[in-house]
Design a protein. Sequence first.
Length: 247
Amino acid sequence: MLTPSVWVGTSHAEASLAVALVEDDRLLREEIVEHLEAYGFVVHAVSSAAAYDDLAARVALDLFVIDWNLPGESGLSLSRRLREAIPGAGIVLMTARVALHDRLTGYRQGGADVYLAKPVAPDELVAVLLSLGRRVKPSIVEQGWALNLRDRTMQGPQPSQKIRLTGREKTLLMALVQARDNTMESGALCDLFVPDDADELMSKHTLEELVARLRKKFRAVQAADAEPAIKSVWGVGYQLCLRTYLV
């Protein structure tokens, strides 16, 4: 649980930092969400690593607050996966484990930036997230592509390399950017475009057409000898081959 504390010395989260909170205790989860939203964070709360995977395919995230003891896949394992898939991620691991061995495991094996022992002081959690936010969401992106979710554009390193995206194209790119190795199965990508009340998935043929249109847009602004922006992975699906940031 959170320790009682007065929220002091902090300001509203800049640029509406998006936080993934993975905590299986419902009451604690709701309490953390309430506190973080009061300070301007956009919080997406789930109760398990599996639920996080579904969330990450649909939502752009900046920071990650993860409980160690989760049902199914542990928070330590999820933290390690995140660090491998998104090396620059800002990860906070929360747990009641306070032994030095556990803390070192969280840093060395889980790849956590910060290890917070429960009960967590709310002002410390906010301060930690604001500090990590300044690191993981720089104001200027260099030597890479920027996927702007608000403007639905993809901006390359050169000013002339700007692509306007449809809603489906944005969703597809956002999922690939946040996927492990920037790779997703075709079936999982098709799932992204199915309304909750629909009975049928997007067909793989329709997905192929969507990818083909995106490839054409990238080719129009890339050098002739540039690596394809999206490549097919035989027997799996598609991989995004551009270094890309969500902004």
